[in-house]
Design a protein. Structure first.
Length: 303
């Protein structure tokens, strides 16, 4: 096959199917029918002389050769998109882009509502998808455009990653309203519920607490702070979390306490790939995300 015979639209279908692993999900992401995805895949298989994907249950699994070549292809597509987006002036009100934000569940309430309000006001034709990401694969996902930006706690430096500090927040403790004061001894002896989207590994506050010699009795691990706060009410459980996340959870049955151990504030950072540092759409999105957090989670978009 000659390179000039390849329909580049087929590569968009390949990209969606590779990411989603399912024909119906790829069709939904592309806003087309599943039959259109199947037809495009058939054409691409014919042109490349390669099956590309194998059916596995309800999904589609890349063949070994596809798995080997796909990262290179997706990397080139990401560079092409960056080039095309940078070709002219980016106008948020006229753009129709699909932004993908990688973010842990626990931080989503801090970031996504404020950013969504900004998009609704300033970029009404664009969309936003927020999803978990694998920290071990973050550089690759950003490089390939699977994620445009990522928000997380301060991560180890990576030469290909750019980052900026978004906010700092102090850790506080949520308890049942019956607990009127909290000291270090009570903190260490009461049972704790912790929050993480991962089934194992250290949670946000574990390392700084360990460095202060604090050992907790963690008996419950769940995936979001709303669930954890529900378990705190009417029990002896304690929940340690950033103040910005904690304050909306305080109600008649819960009380907020200062953390009885001096710890540095939690640092939340924004990450992107150096290859897309000058992408005007992402420059705009980074600026608006940062400014929305400076105004606070309940603020209206800036004029």
């Amino acid at each position: 096959m000659r390179p000039d015979q390849l329909d580049l639209n087929l590569l968009k279908v390949f990209e969606a199917l590779y990411r989603e692993g399912n024909v119906s999900a790829a069709a939904q992401a592309l806003h087309v029918t599943p039959s259109a995805v199947s037809h495009a895949l058939k054409r691409l298989r014919t042109q490349l002389g390669e099956p590309l994907f194998e059916r596995q249950g309800n999904g589609m699994r890349p063949t070994p050769s596809c798995q080997r070549m796909a990262p290179l292809l997706l990397d080139q597509l990401a560079q092409l998109r960056q080039l095309l987006q940078a070709w002219g002036h980016f106008t948020p009100a006229e753009a129709s882009l699909a932004f993908r934000l990688g973010i842990p569940d626990a931080l989503e309430p801090l970031v996504v509502p404020a950013l969504a309000r900004t998009l609704m006001t300033e970029a009404p034709h664009s969309t936003l998808t927020s999803a978990r990401f694998d920290r071990q694969q973050l550089v690759r996902e950003l490089a390939q455009g699977q994620v445009d930006l990522a928000v997380d706690v301060r991560l180890a430096p990576e030469p290909e990653l750019c980052h900026q500090a978004l906010l700092e927040d102090e850790l506080v403790v949520l308890s049942d309203v019956a607990l009127t004061a909290l000291d270090r001894t009570t903190y260490q002896h009461r049972p704790h519920v912790v929050v993480s989207s991962r089934p194992r590994g250290r949670v946000l506050e574990a390392l700084p607490l360990a460095e202060q010699g604090v050992e907790r009795r963690v008996t419950i691990r769940c995936q979001n702070h709303q669930t954890a706060a529900t378990m705190v009410a009417g029990t002896d459980y304690l929940l340690t979390l950033p103040r910005r996340i904690a304050e909306p959870l305080v109600g008649p049955q819960c009380r907020l306490h200062p953390l009885p151990v001096p710890l540095p504030p939690v640092q939340i950072h924004l990450y992107w790939h150096q290859r897309r540092d000058a992408d005007p759409a992402l420059v705009w999105l980074r600026q608006r995300l940062a400014s929305s957090l400076e105004r606070g989670p309940g603020a209206a978009p800036a004029p």
